[in-house]
Design a protein. Structure first.
Length: 397
């Protein structure tokens, strides 16, 4: 998906909001139909039957007929795909959509002349029942796109994302292998010794966010003051999200261009970021600490970085078992929890090898990934520090 910032007029924004409302209405109706199903009852209607029902509803209700049939049908299509992912075990069950959250709709059967460039930094996209809507031409629009999705975030910003399969970044052909270790204190450590950190809010922005959150706690529910504070918080959060996405794109592109094989830990991020609250009968332990860890995992973009690497370097990303990578000495192979002196310092108790703990773990990931890659293709060269011979530990008398 190539995403661009939309710049609709006031009248166009009202029409876009109506499209979002129609897509949300159709989606929630499909949710209700499937929620009504129970064992012994007739199965819930499929996509074709729901489209037939949508035609009848549009004939009966003028407000629904005034909207775009493409928007409404694609909401049903999205729901059918979501249910297929749920039954396939790859996604969670679709949930209700709320006004103001996750607003958007999809347009298909896009023609080449439905997108045009106006100037160096501006373009237009044709939206059914809305007309030509301007957007920022921040980079070239992909060729051959057949659909696009219009979304609105909580900060009130509109975006258009054109669906197109991007061309993979070709391997440099140097045979180099790199290992990545993802963490909370350091977003991504490379086996080359580089420490990469995802950008967050600046200190002044973080202080303002804290003040706004305190102000929100004192605001009366349903008041205009509370809505204003929530919008200000959403703008700060959207700014942080945009920075993280930009960092993920640039980092993944740089890694795909520099290395032939990229080793990453095979982490179950969804399971790692689960809440520790538990139930009333069995409450969780260290709930606040676990919540802070979950926020740190999500703020560092663990999953997004690997996902984009797999898109840009298909077949060159090797996932390895993360077990003991942080406890094993990359110089001599000695494994013990005592090697991890602190969060940042690794000192082997057997050979005395000392390094950054995250870089040492990244080197272990790199070596394992190189072993997997050699089985498929020979001639790979390991990128990063060369292994040194174990040094004896001098004990005082």
């Amino acid at each position: 998906m190539s995403r661009y910032r939309l710049q609709p007029t006031a009248a166009q924004e009202a029409a876009l909001v109506e499209h979002c409302a129609h897509a949300r209405f159709v989606w929630n109706l499909a949710i209700e139909q499937h929620a009504h199903w129970k064992p012994g009852r007739k199965s819930a209607p499929g996509f074709a039957e729901q489209c037939r029902q949508l035609t009848e509803a549009r004939a009966e209700f003028a407000w629904l007929r005034a909207g775009s049939v493409i928007v409404q049908q694609q909401a049903l299509k999205d729901f059918a795909q979501a249910m297929a992912g749920f039954f396939g075990g790859t996604h969670r069950r679709p949930t209700w959509r709320k006004r103001g959250q996750g607003q958007g709709f999809r347009i298909v059967a896009v023609k080449p002349d439905d997108v045009r460039r106006l100037s160096r930094n501006a373009g237009e996209v044709k939206v059914p029942k809305v007309g030509w809507v301007r957007f920022r031409w921040s980079r070239p629009v992909p060729d051959g796109m057949k659909s696009y999705r219009v979304t609105r975030d909580r900060a009130g910003h509109w975006h258009v994302a054109f669906a197109a399969i991007p061309e993979p970044i070709p391997a440099p052909g140097t045979g180099e292998v790199v290992g990545l270790d993802r963490g909370v204190a350091v977003s991504t450590a490379l086996s080359t010794g580089d420490l990469l950190n995802a950008p967050t809010l600046r200190d002044t922005e973080a202080k303002r966010l804290l003040r706004l959150q305190r102000k929100l706690a004192r605001a009366k529910r349903g008041s205009n003051r509370r809505a204003t504070v929530k919008e200000a918080i959403a703008k700060l959060k959207a700014r942080e999200t945009d920075r993280r996405k930009d960092w993920v794109e640039k980092t993944s592109t740089g890694l795909a261009r520099r290395f032939d094989v990229i080793g990453v830990e095979d982490l179950d991020i969804r399971e790692m970021a689960r809440s520790a609250r538990g139930t009333v009968e069995q409450p969780g332990r260290n709930v606040r600490a676990k919540a802070g860890l979950n926020r740190g995992i999500l703020a560092n973009g663990w999953g997004a970085l690997v996902e984009r690497l797999e898109h840009k370097a298909p077949g060159r990303v090797v996932k390895v078992n993360p077990r003991y990578t942080s406890q094993t000495c990359n110089a001599c192979g000695h494994r013990t929890p005592d090697n991890r002196e602190s969060q940042a310092v690794f000192r082997c108790v057997a050979c005395g090898h000392q390094a950054n703990a995250d870089v040492n773990a990244a080197c272990n990931v790199r070596d394992t990934a190189a072993g997997h890659a050699v089985a498929a293709r020979e001639g790979l060269r390991v990128a990063g520090p060369v292994h040194r011979e174990p040094q004896p530990v001098l004990l005082s008398a």
